[in-house]
Ligand binder design. Structure first.
Ligand code: AMP
Length: 417
């Protein structure tokens, strides 16, 4: 049975919390962006202020074995500063029994990187290329078997379990999906997870209409599942960015050197057909800012998107497209934005993406619910200074993308079941 962090009594309880402390470190092991740590703090403070103690567990990077480069010990100072209490460190996440047992209310213990153990991901490591399928199967079974012990051991440290790691909620790992089973009546989401789940539900389950999705980014192939799920749910579907040119070409347009995936043209047409049948208004780009090469200072020219000259490549949305999209955005009550509508990393081709961020801010100020999530639109909206002018900016790139694809995320399901 799922519990709620706001109503749970943490007094005298040890809470084991799956956090996403997968922060970037420089060559001196200094944290270069502590956003992920800061976003977990409200949950952690709630436990401490409620009279509980904390056992924090996370992964950092992708170590394939014990590797000091990926040690969580470099984080203790920053976590301690943000929490305002000392943070103890367990150098081996499987040997923290005594430290966990000695924790008093208000104390905090951070476990070493969970991914030092293959059991966290549940996949065998370092297998030779030339082993047989039977040997591979046996190795997989062995890890799965020892994974049970791994999870049980972690669970033995605590009285309750909180998952606040949305960034890894789409992974069925030991600390995200399996450990919850050991806390049938004492498992819950942290505030960050709760916020992300509410944001997803506001768009995919309880949206105020009209509901609009703006899908951009580079490739149709990486957004196909998103488009297929959304086409049955939204009122308006704006398709922009590099992926838009596959749709234009599939309709017979001339797209010059613009990014496209010929093999996905039938899928693109199928999506347009399905949208038509379902009465969904699809808005493709009508006007494009093109460049002659993929650089910031390349000469620019504006073309009708169906008629881009050879030698030119569509790199940003032009005013006529942006006008169409603005009208749709401002007439919507709920808006989901995933993926930039141009090569926003090059400042001369960032205007379209900036305009979308501004339109979303205006829609939000007018009362619409706006969610920016999954992929580079999060970086764009943050970099452009609009993160606090929309309703919600998701922290989980891959996890949000899978949620928008309509998938059940294992980290969410484990708590809710
Ligand atoms: P995604 O991660 O799928 O959201 O894609 C984001 C990437 O799409 C960014 O790096 C953008 O530069 C890129 N992108 C957007 N529009 C275009 C375009 N017209 N041509 C090439 N790349 C683009």
């Amino acid at each position: 049975m799922q519990q709620y962090i706001d109503s749970y009594d943490f007094k005298g309880k040890r809470a084991i919390v799956r956090v996403d402390f997968n922060v970037p470190l420089n060559e001196n092991f200094e944290i270069t962006d502590d956003t992920r740590i800061r976003r977990a703090i409200p949950t952690l403070k709630k436990v401490l202020e409620g009279g509980g103690s904390l056992i924090l567990m996370s992964h950092l990077g992708r170590p394939k074995k014990v590797d000091p480069k990926f040690s969580l010990k470099y984080l203790t100072g920053r976590v301690s500063e943000l929490l305002g209490v000392p943070v103890q460190f367990a150098e081996d996440c499987m040997a923290a029994d005594a430290q966990a047992a000695a924790l008093k209310p208000g104390e905090v213990l951070l476990l070493e990187n969970l991914r030092y153990y293959a059991e966290e991901e549940g996949k065998p490591r370092g297998l030779a290329d030339d082993i047989s399928d039977e040997e591979k199967d046996a190795a997989k079974k062995a890890v799965k078997a020892s994974q049970k012990e791994f999870v049980k051991h972690l669970a033995s440290y605590a009285d309750c379990y909180i998952n606040d790691a949305f960034g890894t909620a789409h992974r069925a790992h030991a600390s995200t999906a399996l450990i919850a089973d050991y806390f049938p009546n004492d498992k819950m989401f942290g505030y960050l997870m709760e916020g992300e789940i509410k944001a997803i539900d506001n768009v995919l389950k309880n949206a105020q209409r009209p509901l609009t999705a703006i899908i951009g980014g580079s490739k149709v192939s990486s957004k196909l599942a998103v488009l297929k799920n959304l086409v049955g749910k939204v009122d308006n579907l704006i398709i922009g960015g590099g992926m838009g040119y596959t749709f234009i070409k599939a309709q017979g347009g001339k797209i010059g050197m613009s990014l496209h995936e010929d093999e996905l043209m039938p899928e693109a047409l199928a999506i347009l057909e399905e949208a038509k049948q379902k009465g969904v208004n699809v808005s493709l780009s009508v006007q494009t800012v093109a460049g002659q090469e993929f650089t910031n200072d390349t000469p620019q020219h504006i073309f009708d998107t169906h008629n881009i000259d050879d030698g030119w490549e569509g790199m940003d949305a032009a005013p006529a497209s942006l006008e169409n999209w603005k009208k749709i955005i401002l007439a919507s009550k709920t808006i989901l934005w995933n993926g930039p509508v141009g090569v926003f990393e090059l400042p001369n081709f960032a205007k379209g993406t900036l305009q979308i961020a501004k339109d979303l801010a205006e829609a939000t100020a007018n009362g619409a619910y706006t969610l920016v999530g999954g992929g580079d639109s999060v970086a764009a909206v943050t970099q452009m200074g609009y993160a606090d002018k929309v309703s919600y900016v998701s922290t989980g790139g891959g996890a949000m993308l899978e949620a928008i694809e309509g998938k059940v995320l294992p980290g969410i399901a484990a708590i809710q079941k």
